[in-house]
Design a protein around this ligand. Structure first.
Ligand code: C5P
Length: 225
């Protein structure tokens, strides 16, 4: 069964912990730049103390030595999963993998907010087939020693042949039918993504911005059964 990772895209540690207290069965939480810059490393410890695994999603994309230093620091803080950009290239990914210790790293392929047109425009090339680009980046990541990839639900089908069994498939862009899509573009409902092979479903606003986060969380758990 896929794990649910709640993206704690909130502005303070208090808000994050209040939300966690309303999700008693939660096993994984994601900390992004908004919470990390406001709450600092203390929020990592606070989550770990509550028995929640921490996904630190700062999407590192820098020269190899800088990324390797960040990975070492995350390991020291007890982070369980952290992101690097696959576009950082094989050398950056290799040194990151070497520094990761017992932590797992996930390589971001093509952000779920991109369409083929907007991605092609960003990289200055003619229309790119995103599933090919995502597979290419995923292969670079796993051959460099990275054990997880972040892909949209739309690329899950092609991942089976692109990465070895056991690679975590971390999938944002999850929306239940009728939920607001916001800035996400390549989306699917939780059940379809889980059936297509996602190992971790990353869900933020549908839970975090709900008046009843516990109810929404439970409903999602039930749909992926
Ligand atoms: O609110 P929503 O469910 O769209 O949140 C998705 C989360 O997943 C956000 O925290 C975002 O940073 C993250 N994410 C993403 N696309 C990626 C990688 C991470 O949306 N490719």
């Amino acid at each position: 069964m896929a794990e649910i990772v709640v993206a704690l895209d909130v502005s303070s540690e208090d808000e994050a912990l209040h939300l966690i207290d309303r999700l008693p069965d939660l096993r994984w939480a994601k900390i992004g730049p908004m919470l990390f810059l406001r709450a600092g490393t203390a929020v990592i410890k606070a989550l770990k103390d509550r028995g929640v695994k921490v996904f630190l999603d700062l999407k590192w994309y820098d020269i190899p030595s800088a990324v390797s230093g960040a990975v070492e620091a995350a390991l020291e803080l007890g982070v369980d999963l952290a992101t690097v950009h696959a576009l950082g290239g094989a050398e950056m990914l290799r040194v990151a993998a070497k520094a990761k210790g017992s932590m797992r790293l996930a390589a971001v392929t093509v952000l779920t907010s991109y369409t083929p047109e907007s991605f092609s425009e960003a990289v200055g090339r003619n229309t790119i087939e995103l599933h090919r680009e995502v597979s290419r980046l995923a292969r670079v990541a796993v051959t460099s020693g990275i054990g997880a990839v972040v892909v949209s639900p739309w690329e899950l089908g092609t991942m089976r042949s692109a990465v070895p069994k056991g690679t975590w498939l971390v999938v944002p862009g999850i929306r239940s039918p009728g939920a607001e899509i916001g800035d996400q573009r390549r989306t699917a409902d939780p059940r379809s993504a889980a059936e297509a092979g996602a190992t971790h479903l990353v869900i933020g606003r549908p839970i975090v911005r709900s008046d009843q986060p516990g109810v929404v969380y439970q409903q999602i758990c039930e749909t992926i059964g």
